[in-house]
Design a binder for this molecule. Sequence first.
Ligand code: GLN
Length: 241
Amino acid sequence: MKKVLKTMLMGILVLSLSVSAFAKKKIYVGTNAEFPPFEYLENGKPAGFDIDLVEEMGKIMDCDIKVVDMAFDGLLPALQMKKVDVVIAGMTETPERLKTVSFTSPYYKASQVIVVREGENNIKSFDDLKGKKIGVMLGFTGDIVVSKIDNVKIERYNAAYAGIMALKANKIDAIVLDSEPAKNFVAQNGGLEIADVEGAQEEYAIAVRKNDQKLMEELNKALEEVKSNGKYDELIDKYFK
Ligand code: GLN
């Protein structure tokens, strides 16, 4: 009996050792699932282009990806406080953000666009927003762009959807938002359109803590591979066509 017990214990020990040796490294990924098609909730879980992209990168890096959904303005603080290891959230690399975190190579080119009510389109440039009441999302790059325009009244919302609702309810004249989510919201909400104005280009990248050099290199390598093995193009087709 003793021998059986001993063998069993040994077995358990060997098994747990090998499990821990083979347990994959986990990467905690912060996102804000309110930015379709990059991230949104599907059956209560974050889904979208960014989520699929980081999952593909995780496969290459042989890591388990654990996505954590939180408010957009909480993402970089969570990264710095080590609650997450990286942030992927359609996040634009900006000089301001670069002061506190690093960014991988860019993975998507975007721009800011102006969404207006259909048929009320007298906006031909960003300067035409002067004197108008414009909705932006708090802390988004659209906030920075609109804040530079003189004499504009800014209404700040916590989520893009709230801004879209305010526009539909005539509470604001226009809303400035990233191009792809704007197209998405316009397609899903009747009565809105995107003004034909050339917006400033920006680039989305994955944020990493400044001292996490090794992870940064691994992510950049994985990103390159995803781009060269066809997966990136598959995701572009899936989400943007
Ligand atoms: N690209 C914008 C930014 O970085 C918006 C990102 C987002 O809402 N997820 O501020």
